[in-house]
Design a protein around this ligand. Structure first.
Ligand SMILES: [Zn+2]
Length: 190
């Protein structure tokens, strides 16, 4: 099942998401499957639970599109439950990022290249790993979502001012997207 994606401006995207308790969430596998379906339907490489309106510490990523430059990413498809970034290291590098909740805006964002992360998979197996490159970047972007942060927060005051109008248009629903979205400030009847 595909969920509508929550657009910029919705308060759920600004909430620090809560950890998932296994017993309280027996349907996690189905949810993860639906999140992948939603993400692929929107041609995304990552999707966090707040982006479908659920304030839970869960995100999914599929970095296989980057396997031209980083062949080891060919099978990098994972769900991260209750993730904690333990450490970010290296010299910050810029990459032109986008976000399914903020369509038609792409901006250079600077992040450190390596993350050490602890998380659970859908079988509630614990992992602690160090990840670098594009996968680290996608993880950092999605991790920000479960912390209530967006990539636009990281822009310079000037860039922020330049995209302000576009952002408010997005929250009103005046943006063209080819996937289903829910807009916080859309007029009734849209
Ligand atoms: Zn995003």
């Amino acid at each position: 099942m595909k969920y509508p994606i929550i657009a910029y401006g919705d308060p759920v995207l600004r909430k620090k998401a809560t950890p998932i308790v296994p017993d309280e969430y027996p349907h996690i596998k189905q949810l993860v499957e639906d999140m992948f379906e939603t993400m692929y339907g929107a041609h995304g490489v990552g999707l966090a639970a707040p982006q479908i309106g659920l304030s839970m510490r869960l995100f999914v990523v599929d970095c296989s599109v980057f396997d031209d430059e980083e062949p080891e990413l060919a099978n990098f498809k994972r769900a991260f439950i209750n993730a904690q970034i333990l450490e970010e290291t290296g010299e910050e590098w810029g990459f032109n990022e986008g976000c399914l909740s903020i369509p038609e805006i792409r901006e250079d964002v600077y992040r450190k290249p390596t993350v050490k992360i602890s998380y659970y998979d859908v079988d509630w197996k614990h992992h602690e790993e160090t990840i670098s490159g594009m996968a680290a970047r996608v993880i950092q972007h999605e991790y920000d979502h479960i912390e209530g942060k967006l990539f636009t927060d990281k822009l310079s005051p000037l860039r922020k001012r330049l995209i302000q109008k576009k952002l408010s248009d997005i929250s009103k629903g005046s943006v063209k997207v080819d996937y289903k979205m829910r807009f916080p400030d859309a007029k009734k009847g849209r």
